[in-house]
Ligand binder design. Structure first.
Ligand SMILES: N[C@@H](Cc1c[nH]c[nH+]1)C(=O)O
Length: 387
């Protein structure tokens, strides 16, 4: 019966799920607000041309449709590009940095699996107009603070600087397709195929060895001493230096226990606008990432407004799945009786005391009401006989 189905990869939210989500959202908003971030909203769909500025090679993941004038539109697959467009349209005369946050549904035509829907919710921030390690570290610090505020303790943020990988790759005398393949193999950590692929290419041995090791290079700062080829490449060296500065700033923020330096994080499978520090947050018990982000200094320039920027987004559906709701609920009453005026006054009084009160709007008798809520052990019944 098709009229009772919804398209693949979409979902309804029942009251408990909505409540959990709103709670998480509320906590995130409190943290963002305390750091001076302000909420923005953008339209649910944009011109394809705008969306492709950020996710160029991922057209097959977009939900596309046409407007009546023949323009091609896309449901937003994420928020960063829309905010870059917003900044270029509205903020040219503002002072910077500007700090924004959002909570929005986004759409990607992915193969649905656990906690991966085609419409999903992201909460995120973008800091526009600030370069330098302190800005990157503030954003990563906020990622840590958010996960903590939501009740997670056992999580890590893997950080990298995309310039390290890009500079190594620039020294490989191979075709763009082969570069894409290498990038992909590093990202999915396929060590066997990566070595095999590198062996077939005319890449200098030291560089080959370095790239082959990237997926397993993770840990503390010592990781940065284990990338031998970096010495030979000035840009890679500078990128390593920058990563070091950000790590130091994260130490100053006091969050380094959650930080892992990870040369295998490229975020290339997600977005291709990153230019500097990139990071992903995950909980070791889970097989998937919770949040991701990084620096994208060239994106706003593509909308005619060159401006450095950095940010991250967190997947709410995934987070909701991780977190069991530890908070105590206020008592939940059902209030029955025949005199509406008396009931209404009592209901208001209880609500005023912080209780949740449902009024029995069907004015059932005590017996009927008792019978009706027999299976609802979350409810406390009060019946007011006429006084
Ligand atoms: N928009 C990115 C996350 C991000 C925000 N800012 C920078 N990166 C994503 O959806 O993965």
């Amino acid at each position: 019966m098709k009229n009772r189905q919804i398209p693949k990869g979409l979902r309804d939210f029942l009251p408990n799920e909505v409540k959990n989500r709103r709670k998480l959202e509320q906590k995130a908003i409190e943290v963002f607000t305390a750091f001076g971030y302000k909420e923005v909203l953008t339209p649910t769909f944009e011109f394809l041309e705008v969306v492709e500025t950020g996710a160029g090679k991922n057209r097959e993941k977009l939900f596309l449709f046409m407007d009546r004038e023949g323009g091609i539109l896309s449901l937003r697959p994420e928020m960063t590009v829309s905010i870059a467009r917003l900044a270029a349209m509205h903020l040219k005369d503002s002072s910077f940095p500007q700090r924004f946050f959002y909570s929005a549904n986004v759409f990607r035509h992915v193969q649905p699996h656990l906690a991966q829907y085609r419409e999903f919710w992201q909460i995120g921030i973008e800091m526009l107009g600030a370069s330098g390690p302190w800005a990157d570290a503030e954003v990563i610090n906020l990622a840590v603070k958010i996960l903590k505020a939501m009740g997670l303790d056992n999580f890590k943020i893997s950080i990298n600087q995309i310039g390290i990988f890009n500079s190594l790759l620039a020294d490989c005398p191979v075709s763009p397709d082969e570069k894409d393949n290498i990038r992909n193999l590093v990202e999915i950590k396929d060590l066997v195929e990566l070595s095999r692929c590198l062996d077939t290419l005319p890449v200098p041995d030291l560089l080959k060895e370095t790239i082959a090791r990237l997926p397993i290079l993770h840990g503390g700062l010592e990781v940065l001493n284990r990338i031998p080829y970096v010495e030979k490449n000035k840009a890679a060296n500078e990128a390593v230096e920058e990563l070091l500065r950000v790590y130091e700033a994260l130490q100053a923020f006091g969050v380094e226990e959650h930080i892992v330096v990870d040369m295998g994080v490229l975020r290339d499978l997600e977005m291709d606008y990153y230019t500097g520090i990139i990071f992903e947050g995950y909980s070791p018990e889970l097989g998937y990432g919770l949040l991701g982000g990084g620096r994208y200094d060239n994106l706003l320039g593509q909308f005619g407004f060159p401006c450095p920027a950095t940010g991250f987004a967190l997947g709410m559906d995934r987070l909701a799945l991780v977190l069991t709701n530890q908070e105590q609920e206020p008592p939940h009453y059902i209030l029955g009786g025949k005199n509406l005026q008396v009931l209404a006054a009592r209901a208001d009084q209880l609500r005023h005391e912080g209780k949740i009160v449902e009024l029995d709007v069907e004015a059932a008798s005590r017996e009927v009401l008792e019978e009706k809520i027999r299976d609802r052990d979350d409810l406390i019944m009060i019946y007011l006989d006429d006084e």
